[in-house]
Write a protein that binds this ligand. Structure first.
Ligand code: APR
Ligand code: PHB
Length: 389
């Protein structure tokens, strides 16, 4: 088989890139290790920056998002019994869109299918060869049969555990990582959200987050120990713990119910440099991971897709290699800013096992500064709604 762009990974990054390329008549093939149902079964964050909303529009996939998503003009932050709001619209003129990553992925699959996009599911043994030559190709197997895909470029959109990053030689790659000493226990429940905007809570018992998917679907998280497993937490225990971590006024009106999903996610910051090697480009989780505080994972994948899409467009439409040559540098500049924000917002809100009395005072001072200072709120709001591409 032959295509212009071989895309490894059919998560949101790979699908969005494939669909955007299609709008410009650039051919791609997506190779996905799992089934479509498996990919759509993953519950991830649900806050979209305007940049991603724009890309979904450009890809022709924004109709359901605009019909079913909610725009949020601000968020609440609590510590102890104090609560304050950061107004995104006031500080940046922009809201965020509440729409689940699962729905984004579903819409992208539908668009690819409607335009006869080529997606191979359940592929195995993907090997990228010749990435540093003008004739890259990808070997893989599907249903036991060996295949070869020749292409001009390879987009590595295969997430943190994919093969693309590993295809870049070790002496070229530099990795930066921070592992956090706790996880997030999340549940999804068919109950009305406790508040019409998200609540990020710093409490002496640990972080909590009240989020949502729609009027009758709530997503809640509590900071937990890395040694916990979801089965250690009954729904009752989860709700009781959540109530202890959010202000009393919110706890009193929290509507509880059975969970329909319960899982624990570890928290990690990770970046690999460079994001390009020859004709191989890394995109999204394949190149970087952020802790979920601030919901930057999907949004940072989206900004990579934006830079890569424009680089490829420039190559095919204008014969220019400028975008390709500057892809890694441009993407990484924004990635590091999202890393900084996610790290800062995590450190503002969580309890760390080795936190000293001084560290705790610094956290409260940081929160009080944010609460009382317009410039601090503006900086937070600009990062939360998404820095410019
Ligand atoms: N071959 C083919 N596909 C692979 C391989 C492989 N060797 N390894 C992984 N994949 C697939 C995975 O099954 C997955 O569907 O690549 C896809 C990667 O998707 P995601 O992990 O969702 O990553 P990405 O598309 O970059 O999405 C951005 O940022 O913080 C996160 O939650 C956010 O998942 C979102 C991500
Ligand atoms: C979510 O709704 O799952 C969510 C929202 C905001 C975050 C993280 C996760 O910061």
């Amino acid at each position: 088989m032959k295509t212009q762009v071989a895309i490894i990974g059919g998560g949101p990054a790979g699908l969005l890139l494939s669909q955007l390329l299609h709008t410009r008549g650039i051919d791609s093939v997506v190779l996905e290790r799992k089934t479509k149902d498996y990919v759509l079964g993953r519950i991830r964050a649900g806050v979209l920056e305007q940049g991603l909303v724009n890309l979904m529009e450009e890809a022709g996939c924004a109709e359901r998002m605009h019909a079913e998503g909610f725009t949020h003009d601000g968020t609440l932050i609590s510590y102890g019994d104090e609560i304050f709001r950061v107004d995104f619209s006031e500080h940046t003129g922009m809201p965020v869109m509440i729409y689940g990553q699962t729905e984004v992925t579903r819409d992208l699959y539908e668009a690819r299918e409607n335009s006869d996009g080529k997606i191979e599911f359940e592929v195995q043994d993907v090997v990228i060869q010749g990435a540093n030559t003008d004739t890259p190709h990808v070997y893989y197997t599907v249903g036991g049969a060996a295949r070869r895909l020749d292409c001009d470029f390879v987009a590595g959109c295969d997430g943190f555990h994919g093969v693309s990053r590993q295809s870049i030689p070790l002496d070229v790659r530099r990795e930066y990582e921070k592992i956090y000493p706790f996880g997030w226990l999340g549940i999804l429940s068919e109950t009305p959200p406790v508040n019409h905007e998200l609540i990020y809570a710093n409490s002496s018992r640990g972080f909590a987050l009240c989020s949502m998917r729609n009027d009758n679907l709530s997503r809640y998280y509590i900071q937990c120990s890395l040694s916990d497993s979801p089965s250690d937490w009954t729904d009752e225990a989860f709700w009781e713990e959540l109530k202890r971590r959010i202000p009393k006024e919110q706890a009193d009106k929290l509507v509880t119910g059975p969970s329909i999903e319960k899982s624990i996610a570890p928290l990690r910051s990770f970046v690999t440099e460079p994001m390009r090697w020859g004709r191989l480009f890394l995109c999204g989780d394949a190149a970087h991971i952020v802790p979920p505080t601030g919901a930057k994972g999907l949004n940072t994948a989206a900004s990579d897709v934006h830079y890569l899409f424009n680089a490829l467009r420039n190559f095919y439409e204008n014969g220019s290699e400028d975008g390709i040559d500057t892809y890694s540098e441009k993407a990484l500049k924004r990635v590091w800013k999202a890393e900084r924000f996610s790290w800062w917002f995590s450190s503002l809100l969580h309890r760390y096992p080795d936190q000293s009395a001084f560290d705790l005072k610094m956290q409260v001072a940081d929160l009080e500064f944010l609460r009382s200072n317009k410039a601090a709120q503006q900086a937070m709001a600009e990062n939360y709604v998404g820095l410019p591409y």
